[in-house]
Design a protein around this ligand. Structure first.
Ligand code: CO
Length: 435
């Protein structure tokens, strides 16, 4: 691993390990932005933006839009946008959080958030984090919490009761994935276990607890692996690695003529149609507000949008060493080969020849290799924030991402080099001239 890759990767691994939920990813991003001279703006207050100013806005504690105002005429220079997402597949605790079986087991009642590979959640110590709403002295307040301890486990059924398990693996999402918390305790009703845990571990008074959004996460941290430690095995690489690469690029970029924007949305894994998701007015409102605040007319705003470009940064599928026929015969990205431009004729990725070309240009000027991906015709594949981002804003968008394996596993797997390559391409994109 070379020195640049190493330094970038260590920062990334720290960010992944410190950000078990979208709320924590945004809190940690905001801390980095503040340290680097970005000023927080509140949507509810009036703004007074300056040229060369660095700002960010947090939405719902789970999405963040950060931007640097350029020196040029915004109408002519437009926005250069990188979009990514803060959420990852997980198990989310339901209301009515616990159930006690007749045999005396206390289980946590969870639902599946996003397209998780459920088998990977078995036999792993699980911790819990998220946000709670409390009522303190008559006022509602939000608190982020993290109980970074191995408190839950979903034990597998032994192979002796399920002899064909290796041939036929499936699990029922209602009955087979409920994590075990403890054995039944005298004096506790089923509704008491979660508030009692929160009170013991975080000091939140159970009488003040109003509601919560809590997600289980893998207690074990991400690590580097491989003969030369050239790989990264960690939770939430999709898509926090792209959030991190975008953040670092935005913080390092020289202020140019255009307005550089990083939009880290929530809820991509469940379709993006939420107030803090990409399929909403969130980014458009902020772009509009930036223009109006800098004195542009409606005409200037529409001109700025028409002069803008964007990147939808999510991860890509590397060719798998054990399943090499899952890829198209001619488009075969590999680990370590650089960021991947993702194409789809049905526009499940927003890439066009034009948007691919400006991203390829950024890679070339950064001296970074890049690769191309398109699904086999008999594989449906996934989607990203790209179609929503380009459809709502009408800004050309390229779908790209570092190649990884095991996407949506509790631990995903990528190459350290690709993470830093992608960051370098982002920096060149922000600093480059208008395509
Ligand atoms: Co993703």
């Amino acid at each position: 691993m070379n020195g640049n890759h190493q330094k970038f990767a260590e920062g990334l691994l720290q960010y992944l390990n410190d950000s078990p939920t979208a709320y924590h990813a945004v809190e940690n991003a905001a801390a980095l932005l503040r340290e680097n001279g970005f000023q927080e703006l509140n949507e509810t207050e009036s703004w007074s933006l300056q040229k060369n100013g660095r700002y960010f806005v947090v939405k719902n504690s789970s999405a963040v839009i950060a931007f640097t105002v350029g020196e040029g005429d915004l109408g002519k220079e437009g926005f250069r946008i990188i979009g990514a997402h803060t959420d990852s597949p997980a198990l989310k605790i339901k209301p009515g959080p616990c159930t006690v079986t007749p045999d005396g087991y206390v289980k946590v009642n969870v639902e599946v958030y996003g397209g998780a590979i459920l088998q990977t959640w078995f036999d792993r110590p699980l911790a819990v984090a998220g946000r709670v709403i409390v009522k303190e002295n008559g006022a509602l307040r939000e608190k982020l919490i993290q109980i970074d301890k191995p408190v839950f486990m979903i034990p597998n059924l032994c192979i002796h009761f399920h002899r064909d398990m290796n041939e036929k693996s499936s699990c029922n999402r209602q009955t087979e994935i409920l994590p075990l918390l403890s054995m039944k305790e005298e004096g506790l009703e089923k509704e008491d276990y979660l508030p009692a845990l929160l009170q013991e571990e975080t000091g939140i008074d159970k009488g003040e607890l109003v509601d919560y959004e809590l997600f289980l996460y893998e207690y074990q941290k991400g690590i580097f692996t491989g003969k030369k430690q050239e790989f990264i095995s960690a939770p939430r690489i999709d898509d926090l690695s792209m959030v991190y690469a975008g953040l670092i690029a935005l913080m390092e970029a020289e202020t140019g003529e255009c307005c550089q924007v990083l939009a880290a949305f929530d809820n991509e894994e469940v379709g993006s149609t939420t107030a803090q998701g990409a399929n909403s007015g969130l980014l458009l409102h902020i772009l509009n507000r930036i223009c109006k605040n800098l004195g542009l007319s409606d005409e200037g705003y529409f001109q700025a949008v028409a002069n803008s470009t964007s990147i939808s940064a999510d991860l890509a599928h590397a060719v798998h060493p054990n399943y090499s026929d899952k890829h198209d015969t001619e488009n075969r990205p590999v680990l370590g080969g650089g960021p991947v431009i993702k194409y789809s004729a049905s526009q499940r990725y927003a890439t066009t020849a034009w948007s691919a070309a400006y991203f390829a240009d950024a890679c070339e000027s950064a001296g970074v290799p890049y690769q191309k991906f398109v699904n086999r015709n008999d594989v449906v594949g996934g989607s990203t924030i790209g179609p929503a981002l380009s459809g709502l804003t009408t800004i050309p968008t390229v779908d790209i991402g570092a190649p990884i394996l095991a996407m949506h596993s509790i631990r995903e797997f990528g190459a350290v080099a690709d993470m830093e390559y992608t960051g370098a391409a982002f920096l060149a994109y922000y600093e480059g001239g208008r395509p």
